[in-house]
Design a protein around this ligand. Structure first.
Ligand code: ATP
Length: 454
């Protein structure tokens, strides 16, 4: 239960307020000293403070001093000042000193309840944000507090200061580039460039010049000598994403750079010494590529001195909610949206979904939910996710029609999750046609992700 401190010297008002705040643990104080003692002892998130405290009941000097002291001891406390019916001046003075809001007597319990409950909501959100910042605040930038992420973070902290070549393995969108960047940021190279290049997204013919650079006149269109990504990363870190897509004929040249730290630009005759640390990533099975002779064995051993597995989001437990809240806060500020938190159903839906696109998919879903949400709480509908009520047998209704309906919607949800959102596969798994699936979804008012209707 949240603690609310009421500071008022009028016993009648104390009683009235205590009675109207039955949902909180109410602590009472009747002057500045007892108010300060209560703040230190009970650390209330919200305080209502009558500005007319003894020995200056007719004015606001004691109340304003109490406000300053409370905020000095506990700057995040939400103080709602209570003033006389026509005392706007002191109310505004209090706001200028950092009070959260003001309220003018006579007391209307409905109105003051709304103000206090909003203050608690804000305090709670601020606490949640602070918790996320604490978790995320680690220099690594890798958000999450699950055991798998803790292990990943400590592994990264250990290898970052060394020159070892790490091979980051994991599904698409799990945060391989984030991990590579963390290795860079926690190393002595942190003030030098971090350069990422995705070997799969650059045509084979261009990859060599992108990486190694070229001399003027090396090929048609090479109007001036240009440095490649390796030289641009001098002193820093080069992240080679999708290393499995490196063309075979370029692999020998890459190996030479990794072993001797020397490169030659395209069309150049001169060797250039470079000081670049390399981190690689792939979601392919490099060892079977070695067996199939599409990836050089010597390069494989050179790039995978330490293989690091980045776990998929579905194996990170509560992290999905922590990450979602982090993205929600970020996008809500960016889009000036009123969406501030997730409903209980939305949190369950986030945990139930399998996230085939991992954190990238989560990020995109949260981003659109921020735009779609019409209230401060994001629902599963805003996220475009299905939400399944977890029923234990004891909680199942005895009415057979209801049991059937619940079982059906639960089966639809499971099939949908197994089919990773593909509607044709969902229908196939359930042994029904797509139109029947759609009519069941409509009947049970299940929410589906429109993007995945295919
Ligand atoms: N732990 C994390 N904390 C915060 N954001 C994260 C985290 N992991 C990933 N992200 C975000 O998720 C998105 C995808 O991450 P990233 O590009 O690092 O994945 P990837 O595994 O390299 O993907 P791909 O294999 O498709 O290149 C990025 O926007 C990234 O900022």
């Amino acid at each position: 239960m949240e603690t609310l401190l009421i500071v008022d010297d009028d016993k009648g008002i104390q009683k009235q307020l205590k009675w109207s705040f039955a949902d909180y643990k109410v602590v009472l104080a009747d002057d500045r000293n007892s108010a300060i003692a209560a703040v230190r002892r009970h650390e209330p998130a919200v305080v209502t403070l009558d500005l007319g405290l003894p020995p200056d009941e007719a004015n606001a000097s004691e109340g304003l001093l109490a406000l300053e002291e409370i905020l000095r001891i506990s700057p995040s406390t939400k103080v709602i000042v209570v003033t006389g019916s026509d005392d706007k001046t002191h109310a505004l003075q209090a706001i200028a000193k950092g009070a959260y809001d003001f309220y003018q007597k006579p007391i209307d319990s409905d109105v003051i309840n709304v103000i206090v409950s909003r203050a608690f909501t804000l305090a709670q959100l601020e606490r949640e944000n602070q918790r996320l910042v604490d978790i995320a605040g680690l220099d690594s930038g890798i958000i999450g507090s699950s055991e798998t992420i803790d292990n990943l973070r400590s592994m990264i902290e250990r290898i970052a200061p060394t020159e070892i070549t790490a091979l980051l393995l994991g599904e698409s969108g799990t945060g391989k580039e984030v991990a590579a960047n963390a290795i860079h940021k926690l190393s002595d190279r942190k003030n030098k460039p971090f350069i990422a290049i995705n070997c799969a997204s650059i045509p084979d013919t261009l990859l060599e010049s992108e990486l190694f650079g070229f001399e003027k006149g090396a090929f048609t269109g090479a109007h001036k000598t240009t440095k490649g990504k390796i030289e641009c990363a001098e002193g820093g870190t080069l992240f080679l994403d999708e290393i499995g897509d490196m063309p075979f004929n370029l692999q020998a040249k890459l190996l030479r750079f990794l072993q001797e730290k020397k490169i030659e630009r395209l069309g150049g005759r001169q060797e250039i010494q470079v000081d670049v640390r390399v981190v690689c990533a792939t979601n392919q099975d490099l060892s079977s590529m070695v067996a199939e002779k599409t990836f050089r064995e010597d390069l494989y051993y050179r790039v995978s001195e330490i293989p690091i597995m980045i776990p998929p989001l579905r194996d990170r437990g509560e992290d999905v909610v922590i990450l979602a809240q982090y993205f929600l806060t970020r996008y809500s500020q960016q889009y000036k949206s009123q969406a501030k938190s997730f409903s209980q159903e939305a949190k369950s839906a986030l945990k139930q979904y399998k996230w085939p696109g991992n954190i990238r998919e989560l990020q995109n879903k949260v981003k659109s939910s921020v735009v779609l949400a019409t209230t401060s709480q994001v629902s599963p509908i805003d996220l475009g996710l299905l939400y399944r009520v977890d029923d234990s047998i004891e909680e199942m209704p005895l009415n057979l029609r209801e049991v059937r309906e619940k079982a059906e919607s639960s089966a639809i949800y499971r099939a949908y999750a197994l089919a990773q959102g593909n509607m044709s596969k969902t229908a196939e798994l359930l042994g029904i046609t797509r139109p029947t699936l759609y009519s069941l979804i409509e009947k049970y008012e299940l929410v589906i992700n429109e993007e995945s209707v295919n």
